[in-house]
Design a protein around this ligand. Sequence first.
Ligand code: TYD
Ligand code: MG
Length: 467
Amino acid sequence: MAKARVQFVCQNCGAAHQRWAGKCDSCGEWNTLVEEGTSGGIGSGPGSLKSARKGRAVTLTSLDGDIEDAPRIVSGIGELDRATGGGFVRGSALLIGGDPGIGKSTLLTQAAAALASRGHRVVYVSGEEAVAQIRLRAQRLGVASTPVELAAETNVEDILATIADGKRPDLVIIDSIQTLWTDLADSAPGTVTQVRAASQAMIRYAKSTGAAVVLVGHVTKEGQIAGPRVVEHMVDGVLYFEGEGGHHYRILRTVKNRFGPTDEIGVFEMSDKGLREVANPSELFLGERHAKSPGAAVFAAIEGTRPVLVEIQALVAPSTLGTPRRAVVGWDSPRLSMILAVLEAHCGVRFGQHDVYLNVAGGYRISEPAADLAVASALVSSLTGIALPADCVYFGEISLSGAVRPVAHAQQRLKEAEKLGFGRAVLPSGSGDIAGGTNAGTFQPSALADLVARIAGSKRSRAEETD
Ligand code: TYD
Ligand code: MG
């Protein structure tokens, strides 16, 4: 009889090794190898099956054919539907990741209730909480009377047998994938092998029946879905639910979506009665603004298809260190170094003796290069101590040559700014014609130096006024 083989699987990247080692060769992480059996189950390799099964012929089909009437199930929670690209897709599997306690179970309980009350069959399977705890949450959310079918179970085979009973569910929620285990794999729940095998079983169920499956996954402190990055590749969509400690709002961000755009966000606010939709995020991110302080600039961002105004705050302070500090929250750190270099090289603004801190207000995260102009303005404003006009928005990309480059969606950004009472704008030259209603309040520099001169000049003109 062949000896039962064991292998050591990295819990970070999923690579299998023959021998235990302190460090995983494939991803370089320490202490992540765990012994797992290879006998049977998914991922065990072709050689280990007891008797090779003869392949079964599947029916080949054409691209053109009947599809179900409504391929998407709309929850009615606008921000959730926006992030999923217009609702849950039938027959697809979606992974929702996030830190513990961020509100994943709350969001899914609310979505389940909304769908169930619209007449869909929704099954909520929790492997983490007892039925009583889930009921308590449902009561708090005021949805206890909705016909959501509930179970506290962790075995995949039992779950599949349960939901196979009766009418096919429209949506199956598994909270969380890390607690599931299947008879097919013999390692402990939460290990890569188990998570992979259990996810695969649930994904196969979704594809074969046409039910939408939502898997909840925990995220490690490094920001990855704990252990099984592999799951991200298997599912049709990945959403991250994120939020900053101390802030009440939460952002549902699309990271992967086979059926829709990946740059959409849904914004929620956590209240004592669950998550509340925030339809106009700009008001939220600008909420705590102190208009007259130097170092703050309002950036008109585009998030997916929707404009969002956020405040960028900079603090430039004399440094006592040999190498001054540069700290960034909510933006790209190399990008800050680039802006500082451009300001030094092309505009004669010196930061060599100063610590620089940059923060995007409210814990929001920006990835657009269009924020360059707002960042540069905030930095110059803080260094010179000159407050920027409170009713002005900034957007534009800065190139290494110090030129200000146009960015997309200028008109949308301006419209949002106008809606929120911002009468002035600093934007790249050349966007004027696109912007349409160019009014007296816009300034369109073609070089960053022009903007720096204008900010510095605004003090002079103000000083003259008071003379
Ligand atoms: P939960 O959905 O259990 O988080 P996760 O499933 O991501 O681990 O949410 C937990 C937090 O949300 C908890 O700290 C309490 C808070 N909360 C509210 O503030 N209001 C509410 O109505 C609910 C249900 C939870
Ligand atoms: Mg939970």
